[in-house]
Design a protein around this ligand. Structure first.
Ligand code: C2E
Ligand code: MG
Ligand code: MG
Ligand code: MG
Length: 298
């Protein structure tokens, strides 16, 4: 890490000697530590998926769950994704990690499906994954591996992916649509995408970012942005889900604005798969499948 700090100090030029600080040194060594441990974590099965339930606004029925990755350290400590996803993206490890997430989420979705629960399982995809060849093939592979109907799966990408009009991304979107997998735009409104991108890629759902949900009741925009997003989604035939809903007041605003679904601590936090199974059992009367029942059991 001393070498790395030295390199950074050189790069930044002679006038910037203050750049070579213990703080940078600490950050550089933390990063190296993360990098090598992340590699081992993947090999040693230290990753796990938690699931956060998603509800219809109308009737507060359980309709799906978002898979969120966590890193369980050998000492039991749970490392949140914000601490390691960026490193995984920079080092390319996200490709391997993302593939594990896909496989594990499909396995769990198939388990729920086999129990008769037709919930939609949402998975986060990194822009790095979308830009690599073979993403659609891997999705097809995992669906087949667990005999999971594609309708059970929703893939979340961020707006930055929409602005990438490379053949790779365009082809991946087209193939995933063809397969019947649902597509959602995560953290919608925080990026720079425009209506034309949304038309071009034809996504199924917009996830309204938590910052706009906070804006509903903190006196900042009074809901103008959220209202505009919901109106736009409706005119383009897309569904909306608001994330980070923590209060009844926020829920009330979203209901009045015509938001379709919500996800947030108000109704449920992310939980391990076993707890999700219990949660579903305890809320049996509240489970409303987002998916129609299939004619034949799979
Ligand atoms: P995201 O996809 O926007 O996920 C929503 C985040 O908001 C989750 O944080 C969730 O725990 C949190 N959240 C949900 N409801 C509330 C609420 O009411 N209040 C507050 N304050 N927070 C709430 P988490 O699990 O720490 O994930 C953070 C981000 O890490 C995710 O944001 C996503 O961008 C990324 N991430 C998580 N899992 C994966 C993954 O498997 N692959 C990739 N590429 N990224 C992932
Ligand atoms: Mg997400
Ligand atoms: Mg989000
Ligand atoms: Mg977010």
């Amino acid at each position: 890490s001393a070498d790395m700090a030295m390199y950074a100090a050189k790069e930044s030029g002679r006038a910037n000697h203050q750049f070579f600080t213990p703080d940078l040194n600490k950050r550089a060594s933390e990063r190296l530590w993360l990098e090598s441990n992340l590699r081992h974590a993947l090999a040693d099965n230290e990753m796990e998926l938690h699931f956060q339930p998603q509800f219809s606004v109308d009737g507060r029925r359980l309709v799906g769950a978002e898979a969120l990755v966590r890193w369980r350290r050998p000492d039991g400590q749970l490392v949140p994704p914000v601490q390691f996803i960026p490193v995984a993206e920079d080092t390319g490890l996200i490709v391997q990690l993302g593939d594990w997430v896909l496989g594990e989420a499909c396995r769990r979705a198939a388990e729920l499906h086999a129990q008769g629960h037709r919930l939609l399982i949402a998975i986060n995809l990194s822009a790095v994954q979308m830009r690599r060849p073979g993403l659609a093939d891997r999705v097809a592979f995992w669906l087949a591996a667990y005999n999971l109907p594609p309708e059970c799966l929703e893939l979340e990408v961020t707006e930055s992916v929409l602005m990438d009009d490379s053949d790779m991304v365009t082809t991946a979107f087209a193939r995933l649509r063809e397969m019947g997998v649902a597509l959602a735009i995560d953290d919608f409104g925080t990026g720079y995408s425009s209506l034309s991108y949304l038309k071009r890629f034809r996504v199924d759902k917009l996830k309204i970012d938590r910052s706009f949900v906070l804006g509903l009741t903190d006196g900042s925009d009074g809901g103008a942005i959220t209202e505009a997003i919901i109106g736009m989604a409706r005119s383009l035939n897309m569904q909306t889900i608001a994330e980070g809903v923590e209060t009844e007041e926020q829920f009330g605003f979203l209901a009045r604005l015509g938001c379709d679904q919500i996800q947030g601590y108000l109704l449920a936090r992310p939980m391990p798969f076993r707890e999700l199974v219990t949660f579903i059992a305890e809320h049996k009367d509240m489970v409303e499948p987002a998916l129609p029942a299939l004619d034949e059991p799979v």
